[in-house]
Design a protein around this ligand. Sequence first.
Ligand SMILES: *Cc1c(COP(=O)(O)O)cnc(C)c1O
Length: 389
Amino acid sequence: MNISFIPLCEPTIHGNEWFYVKKCLDDHVISSVGGYVERFEKVFAAYLKGDHPSPLFAVACVNGTAALHVALLISGVQSNEEVLMPALTFVAPANAIRYVGAWPVFIDVELRTGQMDVEKLHDFIRKKCEIRGGRLVNRVTQRIIASILPVHILGHPVDMEPLVALAKKYHLVVIEDAAQSLGALYKNKKVGTWGDIASFSFNGNKVITTGGGGMVVTADPLLAKKARYYTTQAKDDPQEFIHHEIGYNYRLTNIQAAIGLAQMEYLNDHLTMKRRLANFYDESLIKVEGIKPFGKSLDAVSSHWLYTVVVDKDSYGMDSRELLFRLREKKIEARPLWHPLHLLKPFRSCYAHQIEVAEYLYRHSLSLPSSVGLKMEEQKRVVEAIRGC
Ligand SMILES: *Cc1c(COP(=O)(O)O)cnc(C)c1O
């Protein structure tokens, strides 16, 4: 039988993308200058703001990693200072911290949700840090800690209320990496609006896509202005080409913004589809012994970016990697979570605070096909393959 390949997570293009891109080309607005980038930024900021009173500013970037780099630049973190982040996430935020000459400090994650463990974060501050001259200092490395960078992984929010309280207490800037979690809510407020600065990604496999793209979001108009400055080569006098600082060419193009504008129109549909997929997996896998979906916290609404399960070899009969290969044989793409960052070569010298859960989840977890366009019969095939193993 000729069965089709089921990818992990591929983009869905609906219709208006074609229309807006054609309009872009017809109007000859294809570079970064022209109305589409601005419109995309406005629509994006308005979506995140919802009915909250304070204004919000969005600055589009070439990709999510550039958005993180800019977020760190405007956060004020200095070279050789430290940024607290989870050990279990995609490598981009750790890389971006190194771009500005700072160092990540790795914190463990919660067993139930896989998100940065705020209690362990607090434990690290209590046991390993002290205040010197009004700044929090890591006693192990003797470096100043400048900020916390929570990453909302897989679509689920980090426990932001206690995290923000800790940040306030110790004067740390909060930079949210919301690349995987556009549309997720924590205590009825969107992810990306809890910290001082947030970044998003519109890579092909994310909740919405522009092919490649990213966004920096902040409620502080001065920080937004600075972000725009850094993404456009730090131009202080555009006529005479005067630059007082090192800048970057990080602006999104109009063609990508046109795709993004159209994708924003379908964002709620994407979230509905993702929720439906997650519910079906939940219902179908609950009776499979040894397969445990990642947990949700009560005050969270996930965007269900990638549906992920923990595989217990003893009760399931095979481990996560054996299941991965079994699914691959059936033309179903699954994926382990990211290698814990503190074990990767570029970050081995960074301080990691008692990390256990991140390593456990890395070894035992598997993300399942979660495309917005996944058909019911395809999802049933995934469930059957897991049940039948
Ligand atoms: C995808 C992703 C990024 C980077 O986004 P790009 O657009 O691919 O550069 C950053 N952080 C996390 C957590 C991501 O998943």
